[in-house]
Design a protein around this ligand. Structure first.
Ligand SMILES: [Ca+2]
Ligand SMILES: [Ca+2]
Length: 91
C-alpha cells in the first residue's frame, strides 16, 4: 500500500468485502508498518474515528468506504497480496 491509487485498485479488486491490508502496528503502538516492505507507511487513509483500538487492534482493514480501520488481527478477512509485475513474467 503506497498511495491513494493503490487504495483504489484494491477496492476495485474486492468490491464486496472489507479486506486486510498488510499494515500493522504490532511492534510499536501507532507506528504503522507495511508488512510487505518492512517500512513505515507514508500513506494512510483512516476512517474518521480510527485508529481507535490501541494495543487490541494492530492490523488494518480497508473498508468499502475506502477508509482504513484498525482491527484485531485475529479477525478473518480476505488478504490482498502485493506482487511486483516482474514476478508474473515468463523467462
Ligand atoms: Ca494498535
Ligand atoms: Ca478500530
Amino acid at each position: 500500500m503506497q498511495n491513494a491509487e493503490e487504495n483504489e485498485n484494491i477496492i476495485s479488486m474486492s468490491p464486496v468485502n472489507d479486506v486486510w491490508i498488510l499494515v500493522e502496528d504490532s511492534a510499536a503502538e501507532n507506528q504503522w508498518v507495511n508488512k510487505v516492505t518492512g517500512q513505515s507507511v507514508n500513506y494512510t487513509n483512516w476512517n474518521a474515528v480510527e485508529p481507535n483500538g490501541g494495543t487490541n487492534e494492530n492490523c488494518v482493514i480497508l473498508t468499502q468506504s475506502r477508509k482504513w480501520e484498525d482491527y484485531p488481527c485475529s479477525a478473518r478477512f480476505s488478504y490482498v497480496c502485493e506482487r511486483s509485475l516482474s514476478s508474473f513474467k515468463d523467462d
